[in-house]
Design a protein around this ligand. Structure first.
Ligand SMILES: [Fe+2]
Length: 374
């Protein structure tokens, strides 16, 4: 038995961002709140997209690296003050997730916490304000994903999950990723790979999603180094964007221990850790932990990625990480040992924990983290 829904309307292709006015019209949005971040504002992209929106559309760019409840409430205030009737999110996962949170709170009473998946919030989420997502990285998958990851004021990074949170339109224009610097290309690309790997290995029954995840893993594996080495190649960028989109189209299978840990680590105020970088570092130890419970799936994954049948997929990812400049471990990122018990406690409570193919205990999580405390 399986409920399988595919999923929303995706406009995919170079230059398609210019079709934003038609997409706004199709959804009946007259006054969108444009949500992005400061970095994209500085590149001029936000102004370019604002010029495509109805005149006077307000812009909110105060989005932290890991989006917070406080920032969501600030954006909600702008949304309400300006009389908005929908949102356009431009960026990586942070602006898109924050916009999802605003779309939720614009139509549902507070407090936000009651809608968190782990507190039984999924059925409390009904229709939300319409959102158009325009990804500028090939990583998050949030443009077609049903989750928003938001850090509450006390540091808990919680997943808000509902089919209603899937953006009504995703405009995937690979031209928007041409300027992504090599390091962000690498880290966001490995986030996308981790989505394909984790959803494929998830025990939930959903063969169509598994086929998509395998196709995504192959595209990312074949193209990530090329995208890092030559960011101006539009064909390679399009392959990466499709791989990341496919990773997002499979979220309904659930993620696993990589994301349980990276959500926990991403909730820390200090050090503030990048989601993609964390997943890149966590991929090898989690693959090793899961291997005994994967049946033939690692063989199928290797085949999809074009790896030799005798290859060790965890070692292959370690090799790739080294070649494209991912830091060797969590200590290098400034993570102190003393926070590990809190991280493990949060990982055990995370919504991704339950769909890991091998159930992890606190001790298992400790071993996985210690393997990358370099
Ligand atoms: Fe992710």
């Amino acid at each position: 038995m399986a409920t399988i829904t595919y999923l929303t309307t995706i406009e995919f292709g170079a230059g398609l961002v210019s079709g934003l006015p038609e997409q706004l019209n199709a959804l009946g949005i007259d006054r969108p709140l444009i949500v992005s971040d400061r970095g994209l504002e500085q590149t001029g992209l936000v102004a370019r997209i604002k010029a495509l929106a109805p005149e006077g559309a307000p812009v909110f760019t105060d989005v932290p690296t890991n989006p917070t409840e406080a920032a969501s409430l600030a954006a909600l205030k702008t949304y309400k003050t300006a009389g908005c009737d929908g949102l356009v999110a431009i960026g990586g996962g942070s602006p898109i997730d924050l916009a999802k949170c605003v779309a939720l709170l614009a139509t549902h009473p507070r407090p936000l916490e009651q809608y968190a998946a782990i507190y039984g919030g999924i059925p409390k989420i009904a229709a939300v304000a319409p959102l158009i997502a325009i990804p500028t990285t090939a990583g998050t998958g949030s443009e077609v994903g049903r989750a928003a990851l938001i850090t509450l004021d006390d540091g808990r990074k919680l997943g808000f999950i509902s089919p209603h949170l899937i953006p009504r339109r995703a405009i995937c224009d690979p031209e928007l990723t041409l300027g992504l610097p090599p390091y962000l290309t690498a880290a966001t690309g490995l986030d996308a790979l981790s989505h394909c790997v984790e959803t494929f290995l998830s025990p939930r029954f959903n063969p169509p999603a598994e086929a998509i995840a395998l196709d995504g893993a192959g595209r990312i594996w074949r193209n990530l180094e090329g995208a890092v080495a030559n960011g101006e190649d539009i064909d390679v960028r399009a392959e990466m964007m499709m791989g990341a989109l496919e990773g997002g189209l499979t979220f309904q299978k659930g993620l696993g221990a990589i994301h349980a840990l990276s959500h926990a680590l991403g909730g820390l105020k200090e050090p503030s850790l990048h989601h993609g970088t964390l997943n890149a570092i966590l991929l090898p130890p989690v693959i090793r932990f899961n291997a005994p419970k994967c049946g033939d799936k690692l063989d199928r994954l290797k085949a999809a990625m074009g790896l030799d049948p005798s290859a060790d997929p965890a070692a292959e990812v370690e090799g790739l990480n080294g070649r494209i400049g991912i830091p060797p471990g969590l200590k290098t990122l400034g993570l102190p040992e003393k926070v590990l018990p809190w991280v493990i406690e949060r990982a055990l409570a995370d919504h991704s924990h339950a769909t890991n193919p091998r159930q992890a205990t606190a001790e298992d999580y400790r071993r996985m983290l210690e393997a990358v405390m370099v």
